[in-house]
Design a protein around this ligand. Structure first.
Ligand code: ATP
Length: 869
């Protein structure tokens, strides 16, 4: 249907809906059955089998399959029983793939359900009552009540508008806001970007308000029709993931070279070609850390879950890593550092404080030019406006009676760039225009002032008097609003020639815990920066109390900022901790300036105009309670409690997760190197293979993977906040971590080879297969790697960190140790794994060997502690 060409009445009739009541519950249910959910179907989920194929399309895994196939055919031809080997190898790889896929799916699910949490329900009129409904339940015929910052979730025909502007870039590519109104009719061939009497799904309200009726939902909307054309945004890899991919490639190359050498040496030594080929391929598969990027994803996903419990919803899991590295937090004041529970505590006119009786006219104006609503049980609205209405109620002034006497006929809404709001009211024979807002902005529009019943011209001296009063209030941390009005005979929306009435001082107490969080921030080497739309004196008073600033020179106002060039700002940016009376565009300059000095910036925001700054920051953080849909939709993280302390907590979590990822990398790489060392040394010294292909794969895919996953979820160390944020440009394997991985890998590998030499010399009868030696090497390598998982948990001694602090790791290690031991105990497994039941002396040697990684790691930790002590 061509809704744009119809009159409003026709639209409503066709949609069978009532503008004053909306749909009722039964009708909504009926329509939901007919039209389905209001969802844009994204690309169908890649199905399970496709995912399995993806897992097996890895080059190394394919090679392993081919190798296992060759081994199978040769053993069938030779009529020996060795084909069991190939079957088991395939089974291990297969089970590993299934575990991988299910975990990936779980991670995806967790993230998707968290995304839903950050959505704000849409305001609609149903059964005559304003209600909030989640967007997927909207149906054609629903009456939408839209205001600045709302996301538009369906196509709709406008019914009433007040200075409505929307941004439709998702649909039209045009990022400038377009004005919309209900009046004009457009013919059916009008292109979408020219249709002004309709609004479209996936755009948002940049200013004004509107009532609209939904005409299409889900795939029937304009954006639904082109959904298939829109590329889904794929998340770019994090710096750490990129680094890991590079490191992985490097290690793969090195492993391949080593495998070739092993194979060639085996040929020279006239070993069984098939056996040495299988060992070389398995070593490559086992030692190449292709699972690392995946471990990172899982650790990030578990972090995302943990943060949701702490009131932070991470919309883009990759930003967890950046959170750990963040070193500047640019935060709003109102609601984040303060409680956003505002109350009027002082009213002044030009001469100073006035009592409630004299303040009645000011209060009357403040409730007329006010969108807060008085309901039976509560007052709803924006906190500043609620405070004004509460004051009126305290003085027995009824907003409803005032509005009956002087109905509002026009509104120019408040926005944080203009910092004022204006309404026009009609009385019997006149019009009254009322404006309220930041005094420094509003006084420029006034030409007179009122004292008592008399009106005077606003001279320089009187302006000075008003300013004095205003500064007294602001320096006591009060938010100050000026009130002004003008009377006209015809309707007048021009914001000029006002008569100043008075100043209202609103208190907003500091949040409990905010001061502690600021202190914690400093201890964490993160610079707290306050950015506020409030006056510099109000802001300074709050910032001093919170210890964000100590000296006046650390504060700067938006107008001073305008006089500084970007280069100078960049040079001095770290000397500022407070930006006051800023406009949204200043936020962008501030982010850029910090980033030019290599800072990783968290920026909070709530309004429509904060979008660009939220996007530009390394982590855009929207407010869950007071934030607009738009701010939330572009942010990386949403705070469900709007609290500054939560941001500091997320930094802690981010750092902990980064550390956990590093621990997992440390563990996997050092154990892989251990395996390479065993095989390589054996080749170099002409020893028979100390481990068979199946042993290598077992250790890697079974005994290593569970502890690695548990390490990714290690509890966060309590003093993590006191460590310095890591520098993302620094290579992860540079410095001590790389060295530790090498020494520990060497230690683990050499120990296993020594166990093999002792075992095969003492307990095997040459020239038979060194079966006891192999079993001992296999078990000691498996167990020592398990023990090693506890070493990598902390830079502190294992005896200080305690073993039981990560219960998942304990469970994983015990489970894997049991599996490892079972392989030697059960006769069937003995046949499959070519192992034997070890006797007491053999077990003693194996267990003694498993303590070696602890000794090496403790020596290392001791050396590092003393070096940096
Ligand atoms: P912060 O950045 O600390 O959260 P803010 O974003 O609330 O502050 P703005 O919304 O830009 O800051 O408000 C700045 C000034 O605008 C206030 O100091 C006040 O004087 C004025 N103001 C705030 N709300 C209104 C309103 N609803 N109507 C008129 N003026 C207002």
């Amino acid at each position: 249907m061509n809704w744009q060409s119809m009159k409003i009445e026709e639209v409503l009739k066709n949609l069978n809906t009532d503008i004053d009541k909306g749909l009722d519950a039964n009708e909504v249910k009926k329509r939901q059955r007919i039209y389905g959910k209001n969802l844009i179907e994204e690309e169908r989920e890649i199905n399970f089998f496709k995912k399995i194929i993806e897992q097996f399309s890895d080059f190394m895994v394919i090679t392993l399959f081919i190798a296992a196939g060759i081994s199978f055919i040769v053993s069938v031809v030779n009529k020996n029983n060795d084909y069991i080997d190939s079957i088991i190898i395939l089974l291990i790889v297969f089970i590993n793939a299934i575990i991988g896929i299910t975990q990936e799916k779980n991670a995806e699910k967790a993230i998707n359900s968290l995304k839903k949490l950050s959505e704000t329900p849409i305001k609609v009129l149903r059964s005559g009552i304003e209600q909030r409904v989640i967007s997927e339940n909207i149906v054609p015929g629903d009456i939408l009540l839209l205001e600045t910052g709302d996301l538009i979730c369906a196509d709709a025909r406008l019914i009433k508008t007040q200075k409505l502007k929307t941004e439709e870039s998702a649909l039209t590519g045009e990022s400038l806001s377009v004005s919309k109104n209900e009046n004009t009719i457009f013919d059916e061939k009008t292109p979408i970007y020219k249709i002004k009497n309709m609004i479209f799904s996936s755009s948002f309200v940049t200013s004004g308000r509107s009532i609209a009726v939904v005409t299409a939902t889900g795939m029937k909307t304009q954006v639904g029709k082109i959904a298939k054309l829109i590329n889904k945004n794929s998340t770019p890899p994090t710096p750490l993931q990129t680094q890991l991919n590079e490191t992985g490639k490097m290690l793969s190359m090195a492993t391949m070279i080593i495998c070739c050498i092993v194979f060639i040496l085996g040929l020279i030594q006239k070993a069984d070609i098939l056996e040495i080929f299988m060992i070389a391929v398995s070593l490559a598969v086992a030692a190449i850390p292709e699972g690392l990027p995946f471990v990172v994803t899982l650790a990030l996903a578990s972090g995302v879950k943990r943060m949701a419990k702490k009131n932070a919803i991470i919309r883009k899991p990759n930003s967890v890593e950046a959170l750990g590295n963040a070193n500047v937090i640019c935060t709003d004041k109102t609601g984040t550092l303060t409680q956003n529970k505002m109350s009027v505590i002082e009213i002044r006119n030009i001469k100073g404080i006035i009592n409630d009786n004299d303040a009645k006219e000011i209060i009357n104006c403040s409730v007329l030019c006010n969108n807060a609503k008085q309901k039976i049980s509560c007052i709803s609205g924006e906190p500043t406006e609620k405070a004004l209405l509460e004051k009126a109620i305290e003085l027995n002034i009824s907003k409803n009676s005032l509005e009956k006497e002087m109905p509002r006929i026009k509104e120019i809404p408040f926005d944080s760039s203009r910092k004022i709001m204006t309404t026009v009211h009609k009385t019997k024979n006149r019009f009254i225009t009322i404006t309220k807002g930041a005094p420094d902005f509003l006084l420029e529009l006034c030409t007179k002032y009122k004292k008592g019943e008399q009106v005077f011209n606003l001279s320089k001296n009187s302006l000075k008097d008003i300013k004095n009063n205003y500064e007294i209030m602001a320096s006591r941390a009060l938010r100050v609003l000026a009130m002004a009005y003008k009377e006209t005979t015809i309707e007048n929306t021009n914001e000029n020639n006002f008569t100043f009435l008075g100043l209202v001082g609103i208190a907003d107490p500091i949040r409990s815990g905010a001061r502690k969080a600021v202190r914690l921030c400093k201890e964490a080497h993160v610079k707290p920066v306050m950015i506020t739309g409030d006056h510099i004196l109000t802001a300074k008073a709050v910032a001093r109390e919170l210890e964000i600033i100590k000296k006046d020179s650390e504060a700067i106002s938006g107008s001073q900022l305008d006089k500084i060039g970007q280069k100078d700002l960049e040079k001095n940016i770290f000397s500022y901790s407070l930006f006051a009376r800023v406009l949204p565009e200043h936020k962008m300059r501030i982010v850029k300036a910090f980033q030019s000095r290599n800072a990783i910036v968290i920026m909070t925001g709530d309004g429509v105009n904060d979008g660009p700054a939220l996007k530009a920051a390394n982590i855009g953080c929207a407010m869950g309670i007071s934030g607009t849909d738009v701010a939330k939709s572009v942010s990386d993280m949403v705070l469900t409690d709007d609290n500054f302390s939560t941001i500091v907590e997320t930094i802690c979590q981010g750092r902990g997760i980064y550390e956990n990822i590093k621990k997992t990398i440390h563990f996997l790489l050092s154990t892989n190197i251990g395996e390479i060392v065993v095989i390589f040394c054996a080749c170099l010294f002409h020893l028979p293979a100390p481990l068979l292909a199946i042993h290598l794969l077992w250790i890697n895919f079974v005994t290593d993977s569970f502890p690695a996953l548990a390490l990714g979820m290690d509890p966060i160390e309590s003093n993590i906040i006191k460590t310095k944020p890591s520098d993302p440009s620094q290579k992860i394997l540079s410095g001590t971590m790389g060295l530790n991985i090498m020494t520990e890998g060497l230690g683990i590998g050499i120990t296993a080879i020594i166990v093999f030499i002792i075992g095969s010399n003492l307990f095997d009868n040459y020239p038979l297969e060194p079966i006891v030696g192999r079993t001992m090497a296999f078990v000691s390598l498996g167990l020592s790697q398990l023990i090693h998982a506890f070493n990598v948990r902390s830079k502190k001694s294992i005896f200080k960190t305690g073993i039981l602090t990560n219960k998942k790791l304990v469970a994983a290690v015990i489970f894997c140790a049991i599996l490892q031991i079972i392989v030697t105990l059960i006769p069937v497994l003995n046949t499959i794994f070519k192992t034997v039941n070890l006797d007491f002396p053999q077990w003693c040697i194996v267990l003694a060997a498993t303590t070696i990684p602890i000794i090496i790691s403790e020596i290392e930790k001791f050396a590092i502690r003393n070096k940096y002590a």
